[in-house]
Each structure stands twice: as C-alpha cells, then as structure tokens.
Design a protein around this ligand. Structure first.
Ligand SMILES: Cc1cc2nc3c(=O)[nH]c(=O)nc-3n(C[C@H](O)[C@H](O)[C@H](O)COP(=O)(O)O)c2cc1C
Length: 209
C-alpha cells in the first residue's frame, strides 16, 4: 500500500527532465496496458492512444504549442506575464514520444450504461485512463508531461482522428534523469498547492469566506 502512495506523491508533470533516451518497449506496453484497464462508464473504454515518434510531427506540434503559448502570454500583464515567461510548458521534442489520447463517444454503442444523464461521463473515463498511465509511468521511472496548449482541430488533423474523436491530451512520455519534488508551477511562483482542509466539506457544501 505504501508503494501506491509513494507513486502518487512522486508523480510530477515533467517538462525539463527528459533525457531523450528511448523508452523501454516492455515498460511502455505495461504503462499503456495500465491505461487500458481504467474504469469507464458502461465499460465503454472510449479511449484511443496514438504513439507519435516522428521528429517532423513532434516539431510541428511544438511549433503549434509555441504559438498558443504566445496567445496565452498575450492575455497576461505585470507580475503574471513575468512569472509565466519563466515557465516551460512542454517537453514535446525532448521526450521523443507523444501519446495522444482521444475520446470516441461512439465506443460502446448507442446505449452506454450510465451515460444517459451525464454525457461528460465518457470524457471522465478517458481522464481515468490518463491518470492510470501517469501513475504507471511514474512507477516505471518515466516522466509524463500533459500538454494542453493546442487547438483541438489542429491536433485532430495532425494525428488523423476522425471528426467524432476528440483529442483530450498530448502526453510527453520519456526517460527522465529524476522527477522534481516540487511542481514547476509552485517552484516558479505561479500557484501553490492548497491544503486539503480548504476543499473538504462535511455533509453539505460550505462556502468559504
Ligand atoms: C488537464 C491538464 C492539462 C495540463 N496542461 C499542461 C500544459 O499544457 N503544460 C504544462 O506544462 N503542464 C500542464 N499540466 C500540468 C499541470 O501544470 C500540473 O499538473 C500542475 O502544475 C501540478 O503539478 P504536478 O502535476 O507536478 O503535481 C496540465 C495538467 C492537467 C491535469
């Protein structure tokens, strides 16, 4: 049990620590199998994983992300702009491997058990798979960095998802020298982790003053 909590605590979003060494194929298969055994609404298993290693595709995605970074940077002023300028938001090329995760709402047929009232339950299932992948990769000593600075249409085209498949994440997966103890956003002063007590409620939601 301690091993599980240890992995949960060691998991980090990784950007600067990728060594560029190839990922061991057996380890990658175990990590993907962990993702594929995630819980899913109605057992729909509505995920797809595209493994991207082509240097051209990695470079094309990095260029797109750089443009989106500029879009976000343009919305900031003063201290926020200065702090953001110091933060790296991706290790797309350095990791050498992108795992693009898609959500296919048609998976599981027209009567997905448990999704009739909450359409987002399909998307939640995909995110469970991503978290399984992330924790399994951490246990294998690999780094994972989630990149969301992209337009869905661009990524759909880049990896050839059909129109019904929604890109949910680009995950940079790769060998790392180490995993940082402190999240980058905390280290660079963007935001800090809040105490559990701030988000915990008894019986009914209590607004915070
Ligand atoms: C949905 C989602 C999208 C994210 N997008 C990015 C991103 O585009 N770039 C980035 O550097 N980190 C991204 N992250 C990582 C978060 O910044 C990171 O999880 C958070 O700062 C806490 O750090 P930790 O994961 O190391 O604990 C994303 C995380 C999630 C869950």
């Amino acid at each position: 049990m301690n091993d599980l909590y240890d992995v949960i605590n060691r998991r980090r979003d990784t950007r600067s620590e990728f060594t560029g060494q190839p990922v061991d194929q057996d380890a990658l298969e175990r990590v993907l199998a962990a993702a594929h055994c995630a819980p899913s609404v109605g057992m729909s298993q509505p995920w797809d994983f595209v493994l991207v290693r082509s240097p051209q595709t990695l470079a094309a995605f990095r260029a797109h992300v750089a443009r989106e970074r500029e879009v976000f940077a343009g919305s900031l002023e003063g201290e926020r702009a200065e702090t953001f300028a110091r933060i790296k938001v991706e290790g797309i090329v350095e990791s050498g491997l992108g795992v693009v995760v898609g959500y296919d709402p048609s998976r599981g047929g027209s009567h997905v058990l448990g999704r009739h009232a909450i359409a987002d339950a399909g998307l939640y299932s995909v995110v469970c798979a991503i978290q399984n992948l992330w924790l399994a990769a951490t246990a294998e000593g690999l780094g994972v960095g989630w990149v969301s600075f992209y337009r869905e249409e661009f990524l759909r085209e880049l990896v050839g998802f059909p129109a019904r498949v929604r890109p949910v994440a680009w995950l940079c997966v790769g060998a790392v020298g180490h995993l940082p103890e402190v999240p980058d956003l905390e280290r660079f002063g963007w935001r800090h982790r809040s105490p559990l007590a701030e988000v915990l409620h008894e019986e009914r939601y209590q607004p915070r003053v």
